[in-house]
Design a binder for this molecule. Structure first.
Ligand code: ADP
Length: 258
């Protein structure tokens, strides 16, 4: 009978444990949501003044150039780089908040994943000097997806590989098709991720706490954004890693008929 069933449920230690975990998760999700809402609001407010600062910095740089003022020109250049960093951070926060609200629209189109990997390759070769980034050749791989957002995921993987692996080490990027899925992966020779942390690195605000992480700045939202983007494309995302040896971050997308 129903009462008997309920009784068994309460008496069953596994079920009791399960309900405890559930309420922890609900608490954590609420806390995450509040933090995300707050960050979203603040980021929104910061965007306008930052745009103004960027505009004036541009004017300053132009004037310094005209007047041959090397000192002001140098200062304007440094300001402009910091502004770009802040803009990237704010955009990340806004993306996160919009994703949480389900407000991000996918702008899907048909494209060749090999092209996207080549774009990332050109960008990496032009900007990354601290590591050896090796791109494996990619065959024609037709997908239907939001190209900018998929590029954002790949660039995020590459930037993390740079950030969490030693200077001079190698980063490998590849894309292969198997069982109707394109699998893009980025492998580094860095600090790796402890097994206990691996299931959580795609969670919002999650960062590994370890000795090696002490001087690594970040907010733990990049991989969360990546996961949301890939899941909205009905793909899969994951990591394989051995602590102290390196990590492979990967995602898959369905390949469409040619
Ligand atoms: P952030 O880098 O800003 O902390 P991310 O969401 O990109 O945020 O990453 C979450 C966490 O996952 C990082 O704080 C780090 O602990 C771990 N991580 C991500 N990429 C790597 C990597 N390539 N190697 C080792 N750890 C990584």
């Amino acid at each position: 009978c129903a009462t008997g069933h309920l009784y068994t449920k309460i008496e069953n230690p596994q079920v009791v444990h399960f309900s405890g975990t559930m309420s922890d998760i609900t608490e954590r999700k609420l806390d995450e949501q509040r933090r995300s809402d707050f960050i979203g609001m603040v980021s929104h407010e910061l965007r306008n003044p930052l745009t103004a600062i960027g505009g004036y910095t541009y004017l300053l740089a132009k004037r310094a150039q005209k007047n041959n003022d090397a000192m002001v020109s140098d200062a304007a250049g440094k300001l402009s780089r910091q502004i770009k960093r802040m803009e990237a951070l704010i955009n990340g926060f806004l993306d996160m908040a919009r994703l949480g609200e389900g407000k991000i629209q996918l702008n899907r189109s048909a494209f060749d994943m090999a092209d996207l990997v080549r774009i990332a390759e050109d960008e990496s070769l032009a900007t990354i000097t601290s590591h050896k980034v090796v791109f494996a050749p990619v065959d024609f791989t037709p997908v239907e997806a939001d190209k900018d957002k998929i590029e954002q995921v790949l660039v995020n993987f590459i930037n993390n590989a740079v950030k969490y692996s030693p200077e001079g080490s190698t980063i490998q990027v590849s894309c292969v098709t198997r069982k109707g899925e394109a699998r893009v992966q980025v492998t580094d020779e860095g600090m790796g991720i402890p097994e206990k942390d691996q299931p959580f690195v795609f969670d919002r605000f999650y960062r590994v706490e370890s000795e090696g992480m002490k001087n690594k700045k970040g907010f733990g939202i990049g991989l969360y954004i990546c996961r949301e983007i890939i899941e909205r494309h009905h793909g899969a995302i994951g990591v394989e890693s051995t602590e102290g040896q390196g990590s492979t971050f990967w995602f898959t997308l369905p390949v469409v008929a040619r």
